[in-house]
Design a protein around this ligand. Structure first.
Ligand SMILES: O=C[C@H](O)[C@H](O)[C@H](O)COP(=O)(O)O
Length: 234
């Protein structure tokens, strides 16, 4: 079973089991897995009744290419359900997001949604978060933010655009992305660390999504899908 099939199985199951006939406004995340969510929504929403709210330039293009209705998060602050991918999911359903530098709008849309559903393949699942957390940082503040992150025990690094551009990655909002490693973060520590980082002047948003997801649909190598629920929701 390929990783693409695992992403597709998770996405189709997530839509089929959570989209309700009463839903009118749907948040659309970013990345490679969400592509299958939009594909499934387009198959089911034959009358084009749904309004889809994107979390990035990529998501906007995806919605338009499937001829779904496009909305903006400043028009639709009440979102019935949002779907999104993740870079890492811990045992308490805390997430790290922002591999594609879209975490600010993704977090805004998720926070507007009554139900937030995550779709991912098996590589994203872990007991504790351990990959670097992406942070959106205002350019002029990044050196100061680096110092403060080191004081918090982090190892920050500016995300470079590689051979696509000379210099750093710039977000859809014109800010920089700092990836900061903290080693393994126990699930009960994620929210507290998120608050400390968010409090630094110049940090627009973090890629931690603590306690926000209601369920995660994880596509496994054998073709099945594991559904992980938030402990309080079990
Ligand atoms: O900024 C990007 C997002 O947080 C993505 O949702 C995340 O990186 C997961 O992407 P993918 O589905 O490609 O693994």
């Amino acid at each position: 079973m390929s990783t693409e099939n695992a992403k597709k199985n998770a996405s189709y199951a997530a839509v089929d089991q959570n989209l309700d006939p009463s839903h009118q406004v749907v948040g659309i995340g970013s990345g490679t897995t969400i592509v299958y969510v939009v594909e499934r929504l387009a198959q089911l929403d034959t009358e084009r009744r749904l309004v889809c709210v994107p979390t990035s330039f990529q998501a906007r293009e995806l919605i338009l290419s499937h001829r779904l209705h496009l909305g903006r998060v400043d028009e639709y602050v009440d979102i019935d359900i949002a779907f999104d991918g993740a870079d890492e999911i811990d045992s308490d359903l805390n997430l790290i997001k922002g591999g594609g530098a879209c975490m600010f709008l993704e977090k805004l849309v998720a926070s507007c949604a009554r139900k937030f559903i995550v779709v991912a393949d098996h590589r994203k699942s872990s007991v504790a978060l351990s990959r670097g957390v992406p942070l959106e940082v205002v350019s002029v503040a990044h050196k100061r933010v680096f110092l403060e992150l080191e004081r918090l025990g982090g190892r920050p690094r500016l995300r470079d655009a590689g051979d696509r551009k000379a210099g750093p990655v710039v977000t859809d909002h014109g800010n920089l992305v700092v990836d900061c490693e903290f080693g393994e973060i126990r699930p009960e520590r994620v929210a507290e660390l998120d608050v400390k980082i968010k409090a630094l002047v110049g940090v627009v948003e973090t890629g931690f999504f603590p306690g926000m997801a209601h369920k995660a649909y994880i596509g496994l190598e054998d073709g099945t899908v594991r559904v992980q629920k938030r402990r309080a929701a079990l």
